[in-house]
Design a protein around this ligand. Sequence first.
Ligand SMILES: Cc1cc2nc3c(=O)[nH]c(=O)nc-3n(C[C@H](O)[C@H](O)[C@H](O)COP(=O)(O)OP(=O)(O)OC[C@H]3O[C@@H](n4cnc5c(N)ncnc54)[C@H](O)[C@@H]3O)c2cc1C
Length: 476
Amino acid sequence: MKKRTILAGAAGAGILAGAAVFFQRPRSGRVRYSGGYPDEWHRQTDVLVIGGGAAGLSAALSAAENGARVTLVEQNPELGGDSLISGGYFNAVDPLRQAPLGIHDSVELFREQILDSGGGRNSPEVASVLASEAGFSLDWLERHGMRFMPQVVKILGGGFARSHKPLLPRGEGYIRVLSSECRKKKVAIRLGSRAEEIYRDPSGTVTGAAVTDSDGRTAYIRATRGVIVATGGYGANRQLLERLAPRYAPLPHDSQMGATGQAMLEAEAAGARLVNTDLAECVPGSLPQTGFFARIDMDPERMVMVDESGKRFVDETGYRSTIAQAILGLGEGKCWSVADSGAVASFDESIQKDIYRNYYAGAVFRAPTLDGLAREIGVPARALVRTIRQASNRRIQTPPFWAAPIHLHLHTTLGGLEITGRAECVDSDGTPIPGLWAAGEVAGNVHGVNRLGGNGINTAVTFGRIAGREAAKRII
Ligand SMILES: Cc1cc2nc3c(=O)[nH]c(=O)nc-3n(C[C@H](O)[C@H](O)[C@H](O)COP(=O)(O)OP(=O)(O)OC[C@H]3O[C@@H](n4cnc5c(N)ncnc54)[C@H](O)[C@@H]3O)c2cc1C
């Protein structure tokens, strides 16, 4: 089935006929969308969700809970996206868990930290929504069966002890719980289906998308209430990085192969505004060759980073952007994370497994003494021992001691579709586009120049939940 240019005044569904003209938005008279329009819709749903990570599944579940019929398309053969391979840490103000530990937190403090770390490049409105709604997202997940550890922790770049760790390893719990709840609510999930063009009708309303299955067949799906773009970042698309954020293109990346950014560009082609696409976040990682994640820096209060002279070069509890700059400042010089066996034992099983795999592959080091560790990694032993003694608050005291080489990885792209506090995409005037929402990492004005560690999954669930609700309730 071919698509063709949209007909001014034609109905949004059914077979369209007549001369083809490009759509112009009457209010400004400027051409906003010069793409095509399907001759015919093959399927109809109320809400079409693009992307099957935490944002997409949250959006689908929330839309279904609010009475909509929902179709979710995921281009990978399985659900999960980066959410599945993430560390799973979820930031939320949570007096029930924080107060017994003597942690005084508030939505205002969380909001200030998001804005402070964003360096003026994020939206105060959107940051406020994240700070105030993340706790509701946590409750919503728990009501659906998600289980978290009883205590909260401070993670690398998180800045504050409000990160919730799921009981299941990494992001598995989110995907299991959300996908099984979606199935109970009869959300139609199509795997191996890539959304391509996003269509707007002559009134400017988004009405559906073209979706191509792995067998190459394209279906035009009409979404009567709208489309939610929840397609994650573009860290796995080197060509796009070279165009949008060239300084990050040469780095190894942490994302799975679905982080292509193509649907974000389709939304842009349909008139949605992109922001901050030059920004990305880097974190320490291992060399990609071993294929396993080798990070022993998960708890920044129980490790130190040292350079090749055995000295600390950065405050490990600082923002990720500051840590990344300090690592880049070492030039070609090597650097290491050093922790003790107590810290390693506190990580979840799958992270420990990866550390051991790297140890047996010779990519992570372990020794019964700090002198021995210094010899293993080739730094001056006296300097390393002195550094660890001076950092006594880091509790690096239980042998064996561990060291992992630090290689900077592109962790998360920070730019994408500009959204409002209600997850609406906006056009170049900042006006919400009827029928188009975005949630999760594809949203570009949530974090600014730095994303606080633990603010990825909460962003996905929070804006997914909001987008799903808003789409289901849209009056048509
Ligand atoms: C290794 C790692 C560890 C992390 N650890 C943490 C952590 O501990 N805490 C935290 O808060 N954040 C963490 N993050 C960040 C966090 O994982 C992401 O910010 C979050 O998961 C993004 O969720 P999402 O749903 O927006 O995107 P994703 O989970 O990436 O899902 C997007 C999905 O959309 C699909 N898609 C893309 N384009 C299309 C298309 N055209 N058609 C159909 N489907 C499409 C993709 O295949 C993908 O499955 C981590 C990230 C990584 C890589």
